[in-house]
Ligand binder design. Structure first.
Ligand code: SF4
Length: 366
């Protein structure tokens, strides 16, 4: 794991070994208090830990200040083009300012943002995007490359460091996954600042999810990244479960029990998808954030017993029946019609009661 500096964004620590946090960005009109507040609440309910809002004008700054009074989640003001809005957003209580150095209007203006942020102890994310690399850097590197992204961010960083400003978070996003990954790797090995990961303009649905997972996931597996945003076209609330699954699959955080399930093939003689529906429905009923249950749902004896034995609870299907394993031991052979209900009861018995007891204490068998 890369050791980065810790930067506090409101109540959330980014970097310094803190859990990789989940961010998103509202897409309501920021000036519309009711709509934006509603979307922030929905994001938070889904598990978003830091919310960013576009602040394109003074009206949005006023609403930003009002929103700050109504929510506990850290709010980040996303500023482009007008440095005065960044200063106003700091004064409005922003927990972080995100600026794009390519469009903020030169060092004089940047300097004023830095001074005000320093005064109010507000961190700044230097968020470079492929679309805003300065022309001379694009020409130097023959277009948008990882090197061009890195040089853009390093130039700005040098300016911040000369101003003795250290509450910095960096991002270098492109829609091209290999370029983005390479850029983050280069920066991660050169500077100690925490990194905000993301694949920008990843798109919608499956394509966006795959691009984000590949890019963010490959960096996380190398120990790179301190906070992330999955950028998907559409309702930002849909980004949160994707972010959670990425973090869980990378082994960094756990949000739901882990379910291992075979894809099924001609050897499967039970209705495995129906069993999966039941398992998913059952675990949805609890907040299992801190409950690391591993459930294996396997169709036949080829890989079934091996996986089921390794899980907390698992089934290995047979011809019209399934063997149920609990913590490595066979506990039952159940005919298919009774399988779903029996498995549901076993899972429910293994869930600790509101944290008052542990899995081991309830491990009485069925
Ligand atoms: Fe097929 Fe059995 Fe493998 Fe499932 S576990 S995919 S049913 S061979």
């Amino acid at each position: 794991m890369r050791q980065s500096l810790a930067v506090k964004v409101g109540s959330v620590v980014i970097g310094g070994g803190a859990p990789v946090s989940i961010q998103s960005m509202t897409n309501t009109d920021t000036a519309d208090l009711t709509a934006t507040l509603g979307q922030i609440h929905r994001l938070v309910d889904a598990g978003c830990e830091i919310v960013r809002l576009a602040v394109p004008d003074e009206k949005a700054v006023s609403t930003f200040a009002a929103l700050k009074k109504n929510v506990n989640v850290p709010l980040v003001a996303d500023i482009h083009f007008d440095y005065r809005l960044a200063i106003m957003a700091v004064d409005a209580g922003a927990d972080e300012i995100r600026i794009n150095p390519g469009n903020i209007g030169g060092e004089g203006k940047l300097s004023q943002i830095i001074s005000r942020a320093q005064e109010k102890n507000v961190p700044i994310r230097i968020g470079v995007n492929a679309g805003s690399i300065p022309k001379e850097i694009r020409v130097k590197y023959g277009g948008v490359t990882a090197e061009a992204l890195v040089e853009t961010v390093m130039r700005t960083l040098d300016f911040f460091e000369r101003k003795n400003f250290e509450k910095i978070i960096l991002s270098l996003k492109a829609s091209d996954v290999p370029i983005t990954v390479k850029a983050y790797e280069k920066v991660a090995s050169s500077v100690p600042y925490p990194l905000h990961l993301g694949i920008t303009e990843a798109g919608r649905g499956l394509k966006g999810i795959v691009k984000s997972t590949l890019g963010i996931g490959s960096l996380l597996l190398k120990g790179i990244g301190d906070t992330l945003r999955v950028s998907l076209t559409g309702d930002p609330v849909e980004e949160i479960p994707v972010a959670k699954e990425i973090l869980q699959a990378a082994g960094l955080r756990r949000f739901t029990p882990e379910i291992i399930a075979c894809p099924t093939c001609a050897r499967c003689e039970i209705d495995l998808p129906a069993i999966m529906d039941m398992v998913e429905e059952t675990i949805k009923q609890w907040d299992l954030t801190v409950f690391p249950l591993k459930i294996a749902v396997m169709g036949c004896p080829v890989n079934g017993p091996g996986e089921a034995r390794e899980a907390d609870v698992g089934i290995s299907g047979g011809k019209g029946f399934a063997i149920i394993f609990k913590r490595g031991k066979v506990i039952k052979k159940v005919p298919y019609p009774a399988l779903a209900e029996t498995l549901r009861k076993i899972i429910m018995e293994m869930v600790p009661r509101a944290g008052k007891d542990t899995m081991q204490e309830r491990d009485g068998g069925i």
